[in-house]
Design a protein around this ligand. Structure first.
Ligand code: SER
Length: 865
């Protein structure tokens, strides 16, 4: 049974049992910042288990693509070391959302395995959660299984949860015994980790929703989530002991071996590459881009691990991208998107390979040297960090290399150095080079500006350059730190506030506000008087700018929701910028957004503006925010309490920024540009409020001006321009004809004036008003008319000298056009050449054309002698 047949048999079996067949969802969980990737078949149904998503079916079956790397369920380290682990795999599953429960789940599973697939019962082994008497009774009394092949296990093995939070429950697992030839023991035995007994099916009896504190709330109704790894089951059906020997992998491995010129198909590195190309390709399809954070970093780690294994097998050039074609052949029918996006996948991989190639060799040498120098079996955190920081080796890649040599890495030491680096770069990045971490500020500024534009506070610190000072004089620039402020400090994409500080008659302009640790730093220039430490200052925000900024910030949230609505939930924020004049939003999306989609997105945002939703902010614990479905940038660290910004039912995001009170305040929204900024990352630039209106007015004015210029009216301007273009083309054609005629006349005239040089007719003339193309035509005509002779023409065109020489065929053994034009071109400072009968040249000195032409006759005289 091929893997494709197995997938179909499974889905069909459950369809016949009343389940709705549901297509695989994207690997990026929709609106679930708690999860890096879809890591199980149940993830897309999470809300169905929780009862918050009601669908028109209560039984479902799917073959869901899954990635287990970099999250709670992480198999990256095991790939290459076992026969059954993958970063990417397909999970076959059947689900009940409050419909059937344990009994039916167990019956369906047993029927499918023993009857539909015909597996002998004596090859199967069953486990249950040790407290789940009900499941045990069903297995023994109703299914009558052999009690010798049965184990009761604890929470680590038989209690399943999606992540730290979410639906969970006890489970019952079915194992397949690959026979005594394979090392390993039954579940629960000391050597259970071998490859002999392989878990093929996990039946989870979903009962609770676990929250962040571990509190278990019962689900509305007991449910079922089962998961069977397609690759593992295919190994059983194809009677092989390793997933890497099944049909889905064997051709892929052969292709990789061919690309890398490797003979041993059992080589571990080939398996790693075969596994990693699958996760790499599908993650790229779903909009992930290799980067240094979040999902992108997991992808980068997978890719670099594969590239390193290729390098180990002797690859000196980029090879990983070449594997895509083999994967498309293998899985393109089941996943058409793989075919459609193959060029994009290849180029993304190739770029990453090229980037990593620059440092891979060097890094490997550094590592080899460190290994030689070290004693013991643990590679130091410093070495791992240097490899990461300078050579782009993710720590797990170094750990993989270490493991091959029986070594480990000092993970803690590495993590410590990473943390330190993050802190340093954060401080430096936020504050620029002038005011860096040496400022050593411990103030915790309280932000008052959500509902006001003015405040009063004492100056706690004053800085000039990097030094704390007592006062700032008129004309000086520096930094003012206060304990409270109405000024918003740059963050979350929103620019820092501008405004003024006043103390008595003294006044300073605030040209930016940024955060340094927990302090708000006002960057100022003193305009009048001076500012001194301990002064009580009046802080006045430029209200007009702040309001216009809020308009753009709120519009950004609506845009984010509209993008997800129109393009899909794979759209995740990659960055944003908001100020009083415009907004910019970067997001993951694999291709350019079409103009129809842009028009729809713009319309949707304006619709939601007109609905005039109330905008509200509420501070709540992170888990509650997640429950509300708040959009958050994954990988960003949020404190326990977060600020959730809601716009009616249309947008819910974690955000610390300042916003309008109702969406109607935004007024108007206009997209002005869409572009790609990195592979898989798009950027939308847009305007809101006054800026949008102003833009529309400018556009309208432009059209009116155009209409006026072409003597038409705005509605007809396009038609008019079309006519004008048409007319211009016609005129150009006519002009060309006329030029031809003129040239022809000119030709006759020139032939009539030909000089006789030792019996050869020579025409050498400097012309005016002829362009380059006509010069050639003219040359051809003169040659035709003269029959036998030498012609040299020169013309000034666009500030440069153009020369052309022609010699009729009968004379080319005496004189060559190439030599002639080369000689003449020297006068105009140029070079040239060509065929014996026709040659052209150009030069920068058109004023010397006269001399060039005069030199022709003497040159011919000399050549003939
Ligand atoms: N969610 C369970 C698992 O992943 C069963 O599908 O094992």
């Amino acid at each position: 049974m091929t893997s494709n047949e197995l997938r179909e048999t499974f889905l069909k079996f459950f369809e016949d049992k009343g389940h709705r067949r549901v297509a695989s969802a994207s690997l990026i969980p929709a609106n679930d910042p708690t999860l890096l990737f879809v890591n199980a078949g149940m993830v897309p149904f999470k809300d169905c288990f929780l009862g918050t998503d009601k669908r028109d079916y209560v039984r479902a079956t799917s073959a869901q693509r899954c990635v287990r790397a970099g999250g709670k369920h992480n198999d990256l380290e095991n790939v290459g070391y076992t026969a059954r682990h993958h970063t990417f795999f397909e999970m076959l599953g059947n689900f009940s959302f409050g419909d059937y429960s344990k009994r039916e789940a167990i019956k369906f599973a047993w029927e499918f395995l023993t009857e539909k697939l015909g597996l002998p019962e004596e090859k199967l082994w069953v486990t249950v959660f040790h407290e789940d008497q009900e499941a045990e009774d069903i297995w023994f009394n109703e299914m009558g299984i052999n009690q010798e092949r049965f184990s009761r296990l604890g929470e680590a093995d038989n209690y399943w949860s999606m992540g730290d939070t979410g639906p969970c429950g006890p489970c019952s697992e079915i194992f397949y015994d690959h026979g005594p030839d394979v090392a390993g023991g039954p579940p629960g035995s000391p050597d259970e980790d071998g490859d002999r007994y392989i878990e093929i099916w996990n039946l989870v009896f979903m009962q609770f929703n676990r929250d962040k504190d571990g509190t278990m709330t019962p689900l509305p109704k007991p449910s079922v989530d089962t998961g069977m790894g397609l690759e593992r089951m295919a190994a059983v059906m194809q009677k092989v002991h390793s997933n890497y020997e099944i049909d889905l992998f064997s051709d892929l491995i052969k292709s990789i071996a061919k690309i890398l010129n490797v003979g041993d198909l059992n080589n571990k590195s080939l398996r790693v590459i075969a596994d990693h190309i699958r996760s790499t390709a599908f993650l790229i399809i779903d909009g992930v881009v290799p980067s240094n954070e979040g999902r992108g970093y997991v992808l980068r780690r997978i890719m670099r691990r594969a590239i390193r294994h290729g390098h180990k097998l002797g690859a000196t050039d980029a090879f990983f991208y070449q594997v895509v074609a083999a994967l498309v052949k293998q899985m393109g029918d089941a996943y058409p998107e793989l075919k459609e996006k193959s060029a994009h996948i290849e180029s993304t991989i190739q770029r990453e390979e090229e980037q990593f190639a620059r440092t891979l060799d060097k890094g490997m040498k550094i590592l080899a040297q460190s290994l030689e120098d070290m004693s013991g079996t643990v590679i130091s955190g410093e070495v791992v960090f240097t490899l990461y920081d300078t050579y782009g080796f993710p720590d797990d890649l170094t750990a993989d290399i270490a493991r091959e040599k029986g070594l480990t890495i000092d993970q803690e030491g590495f993590d410590r150095l990473m943390k330190k680096q993050k802190e340093t770069s954060k401080a430096a990045g936020k504050f620029g080079v002038d005011y860096n971490e040496s400022l050593n500020i411990d103030t915790q500024t309280e932000f008052l500006g959500y509902d006001r534009f003015e405040s009063e506070a004492k100056v706690v610190y004053l800085f000039k350059d990097n030094d704390a000072v007592e006062q700032l004089e008129k004309g000086e620039t520096g930094v003012v730190i206060t304990e409270k402020t109405a000024f918003y400090a740059e963050g979350g994409g929103q620019v820092g506030d501008k405004g003024i500080l006043i103390v008595g008659d003294s006044k300073a302009a605030v040209f930016d506000t940024v955060k340094v640790n927990n302090a708000f730093a006002h960057k100022v220039k003193v305009l009048e008087g001076r500012l001194a430490q301990s002064d009580s200052v009046q802080l006045i925000v430029d209200e007009d700018k702040r309001s216009a900024t809020a308009v753009h910030h709120s519009a950004t949230h609506l845009l984010h929701s509209a993008l997800r609505e129109v393009l899909g939930n794979h759209v995740t924020q990659k960055g944003s910028y908001v100020d009083h004049e415009r907004l910019r939003f970067d997001f993951a999306h694999p291709e350019a957004v079409s103009s129809d989609e842009l028009a729809l997105i713009e319309k949707r945002v304006n619709d939601e503006i007109r609905k005039n939703h109330a905008v509200s902010a509420e501070v709540m614990p992170m888990d509650k925010a997640k429950e509300r479905g708040a959009l958050a940038l994954f990988g960003e660290k949020y404190g326990d309490d977060v600020r959730v910004l809601t716009m009616g039912d249309y947008s819910t995001e974690l955000c610390g920024g300042t916003h309008v009170s109702r969406t109607g305040d935004i007024g108007s929204f206009k997209i002005i540009q869409e572009s790609g900024i990195a592979s898989g990352v798009r950027r939308i630039e847009a305007l809101a409020g006054r800026a949008a209106v102003k833009f529309s007015q400018q556009q309208m004015a432009l059209i009116q001006q155009l209409a006026h210029q072409v003597k038409s009216e705005p509605a007809k301007v396009s038609e008019k321009v079309e006519q004008l273009l048409h007319k211009t083309k016609e005129l150009e054609k006519q002009l060309e004809k006329l030029n031809g005629k003129l040239a022809s006349n000119r030709g006759t005239e020139l032939v009539a004036n030909a000089k006789d040089v030792k019996g050869i007719k020579v025409i050498a003339e400097e012309l005016t008003g002829v362009d380059g193309k006509s010069l050639r035509d003219l040359m051809d005509q003169i040659k035709n008319k003269v029959g036998s002779g030498v012609v040299v023409l020169g013309v000034e065109s666009k500030g440069k000298a153009s020369l052309i020489a022609g010699v009729t065929k009968d004379l080319t053994d005496k004189i060559k056009a190439g030599d002639l034009v080369k000689h003449a071109a020297e006068f105009v400072g140029g070079k040239g050449g060509g065929r014996p009968d026709m040659a052209q040249a150009g030069g920068p000195n058109p004023e010397k054309l006269g001399q060039a032409i005069s030199s022709v006759v003497p040159f011919i005289e000399q050549s003939i002698n």
